[in-house]
Design a protein around this ligand. Structure first.
Ligand code: GDP
Length: 299
């Protein structure tokens, strides 16, 4: 997930820990390399800059450089700062979705190809298996019958019900029908998989906003492709401005992407990453745990 970044950082820190005594200048040089490594991982510039400054403020001065293991102290400070930038709100449990008061609507939004339909099914499976919830999934992508069928196929595969497809309905009508069926059928959660497009445009936003207004979702989860780096963060900013997002799912984190989106997301958008997608299979999803991610980055 963070192979390149991780390799670069371990190179820097290996040298630092082997060095024994450290001067402030040694720490500064190492942190300059950390900054370059972050930028190469496509972390946005202000985030990389603030990150290095925060570490520098804590790592220079007598306490660290005069300690017995100064290199390890620096690594610890970097670790803690990574957790801080990834987490934002340490109280929040990223894997917990707000699904009290059944049936709880979850709105899934994102660009076409981001992995939205796959993620909808993965989360439905997770809710069913880990939390014992009854879930109903509905596709609102009226322009792409194949997308509707895809959700139905995934539903059959994972044993989660999908709303029957009725031709000629618009997304708002489908959302209303999903709500009725979820209430009458005793479901705990209903998930609305909205239409995606290749770019954010007026129609996409208008449609998602209309659905949001009728469904009044407990969670609006934005699915973004983690391979797209800073673009993923820009997409999140725009969706949040226009529709309001409660959390982000970063997909394709199994790829050799540069991982920068994970580090910039919270700082730039203020929105937590709740899950990461790690493959095409229905179990390939994990909650986003800052401690674990920081551990992976530091190798
Ligand atoms: P949508 O257009 O946003 O609904 O995207 P889909 O859910 O149809 O996903 C597009 C492609 O990405 C499919 O081939 C998925 O199997 C694949 N995909 C989705 N999530 C992941 C992921 O986390 N990792 C990998 N490697 N592939 C994924």
């Amino acid at each position: 997930m963070f192979e390149n970044l991780s390799e670069r950082l371990s190179g820097v820190f290996d040298r630092l820990t082997k060095q024994g005594a450290l001067s402030d200048e040694d720490v500064k040089t190492a942190l300059r390399e950390v900054r370059v490594a972050l930028l190469e991982a496509d972390v946005s510039l202000p985030v990389a800059r603030d990150f290095v400054k925060a570490v520098q403020d804590k790592a220079t001065g007598q306490a660290v450089t005069r300690s017995i293991t100064p290199g390890q102290q620096v690594v610890k400070i970097v670790h803690d700062e990574l957790v801080h930038v990834l987490a934002g709100d340490p109280e929040a449990d990223p894997g917990k979705l707000k699904i009290d008061n059944p049936p709880a609507p979850i709105l899934m939004v994102g660009l076409q190809g981001s992995g939205k339909t796959t993620t909808t099914a993965k989360l439905a499976k997770r809710l069913k298996e880990k939390e014992g919830k009854r879930v109903l999934m509905a596709s609102l992508d009226v322009n792409r019958p194949a997308a509707m069928e895809q959700l139905q196929i995934l539903g059959t595969q994972i044993g989660v019900d999908t709303l029957p497809i009725v031709k000629g309905e618009d997304p708002v009508q489908i959302a209303k029908r999903a709500k009725t069926q979820a209430s009458m059928g005793g479901y705990d959660v209903y998930m609305l998989d909205t239409a995606g497009r290749l770019h954010i445009d007026q129609e996409l936003i208008a449609q998602a906003a209309a659905v949001r207004d009728v469904a009044n979702p407990r969670e609006t989860l934005l699915v973004v492709d983690g391979l797209t780096g800073q673009d993923a963060v820009n997409v999140a900013t725009e969706f949040d401005d226009k529709i309001g997002v409660s959390g982000v799912v970063l997909t394709r984190m199994d790829g050799d992407g540069r991982g920068g989106a994970a580090l910039s997301m919270r700082a730039i958008t203020g929105k937590p990453i709740k899950f990461v997608g790690l493959g095409e299979k229905m179990d390939a999803i994990e909650t986003f745990e800052p401690e674990r991610i920081a551990g992976r980055i530091l190798g």
